[in-house]
Write a protein that binds this ligand. Structure first.
Ligand code: HEC
Ligand code: HEC
Length: 329
């Protein structure tokens, strides 16, 4: 129904001559306010069942996210691999942790992770709270055992005060995970030109972007996995990225043990995607043009390729417009 409504609006919009709008603006800085009232176009944010996030927790999480204190040699913080300028995704395919060791995968954008339950490309982490402690102990990332991280925080007078203000107690694993998760929930992207277009502001998208939306909805069938308004279904699919000689990487199967999950990875959001190159779990595609060419050829063949990934009859103009639409998100 929703798709039909979008298509009707697009066709109506394409019939008129409209002014060209300026290039898409960057998504907003993280804010606690988005947990209460997300930007327009996004649904209400699901909140944890067992505690109520507060602004004080958010501020503490924000400080921790930017502080090397959580890494063994104090040189790496969360923002090292998730810089705001590149949409909180790593600008290199596999970012470097302590002593230049490489993370196993591309650091994904952190937009709208509060809407997702399973974290990591393979979904092996059950919640944001469970996940945020993992990079700290990961030998390729921050390489600091949790007990050592907590001892450092307890030994720091400022942090003791801030944890007391946020949680009425000292730095513990529970408090650390809640503060970091609350900050990450505040990283959101919404109210893009696309959302304004859906609200009836037909000129919010340029003619090329509108035609790209049409490709996204029709020939491209991208929406079947990148479901608006979050542009992800939070599910796992095999598009063939990383497959070699017809053999896919384990992907989701490493977490579930199910053969059917072989080569499946989590659908990432497309909001803010123009900032977050390189693309895919292994950072193997450098540009959005490369991504569109990848889908146009039908992904990479392998025994478990998703039936929805098929060669697409996209013209050169379709491809350019589709990229323009992706960039507008
Ligand atoms: C050395 C680089 C590095 C550091 C440091 C790092 N991350 Fe990441 N982050 C990654 C990589 C790589 C992934 C993907 C991991 C995977 O899929 O297995 C990731 C994934 C994530 C995800 C899951 C996103 C999703 O879509 O599933 C979140 C949330 C996240 N990081 C937050 C953090 C926080 C909070 C910190 C600091 C405590 C942090 N990261 C530190 C590299 C890093
Ligand atoms: C069958 C589900 C499915 C369909 C259909 C699909 N995608 Fe994807 N998309 C995914 C998955 C899964 C990934 C992550 C794959 C990986 O990392 O190995 C992804 C990754 C991407 C990325 C990279 C984002 C990032 O942050 O790395 C872009 C861009 C993208 N898709 C655009 C599109 C476009 C455009 C179309 C339509 C032509 C499309 N997708 C169709 C499931 C799908």
């Amino acid at each position: 129904m929703r798709t039909l409504a979008v298509l009707t609006t697009v066709v109506a919009a394409m019939a008129q001559e409209l002014p060209v709008v300026p290039a898409a603006e960057a998504p907003p800085a993280p804010a606690f306010a988005f947990l209460v009232a997300p930007p327009r176009g996004l649904p209400p944010m699901p909140l944890p069942a067992d505690y109520a996030p507060t602004e004080v927790m958010f501020a503490l999480g924000q400080r921790l996210f930017h502080d090397g204190i959580l890494s063994r040699d104090r040189t790496v913080s969360c923002v090292t691999c998730h810089p705001a300028a590149t949409g909180f995704a790593s600008p290199e395919p596999r970012p470097a942790g302590v002593q230049g060791r490489r993370a196993k995968r591309h650091a994904p954008a952190l937009w709208n992770r509060g809407y997702g339950t399973l974290q990591r490309w393979d979904g092996s982490s059950p919640s944001l709270e469970a996940f945020v402690l993992e990079p700290i102990a990961d030998a390729n990332e921050m390489d600091l055992p949790l007990a050592a991280a907590l001892a450092r925080l307890r030994g720091d007078a400022d942090y003791r005060r801030e944890f007391a203000a946020a949680f009425g107690g000292e730095p513990t694993a529970l408090h650390l995970q809640r503060s970091l998760a609350t900050f990450v929930r505040g990283i959101v992207a919404g109210d893009a030109p696309y959302d304004r277009f859906l609200r009836g502001d037909v000129g919010a998208l340029t003619p090329a972007e509108r035609s790209g939306l049409w490709v996204f909805e029709s020939k491209g069938a991208c929406w079947r996995c990148h479901v608006p308004p979050l542009f992800t279904d939070e599910r796992f699919h095999n598009t063939g990225v990383g497959a070699c000689d017809g053999v896919a990487e384990p992907g989701r199967a490493a977490a579930t043990g199910e053969a059917a999950d072989t080569g499946r990875w989590k659908t990432p959001t497309l909001r803010g995607v123009r900032l977050t190159a390189p693309y895919m779990h292994d950072g193997s595609l450098a540009t959005l043009e490369d991504v569109v060419a990848f889908y146009a050829q039908g992904g990479t063949p392998n025994a478990h390729l998703d039936a929805r990934v098929q060669p697409l009859p996209l013209t050169e103009v379709d491809r350019r417009n589709l990229v323009a639409f992706l960039r507008s998100l």
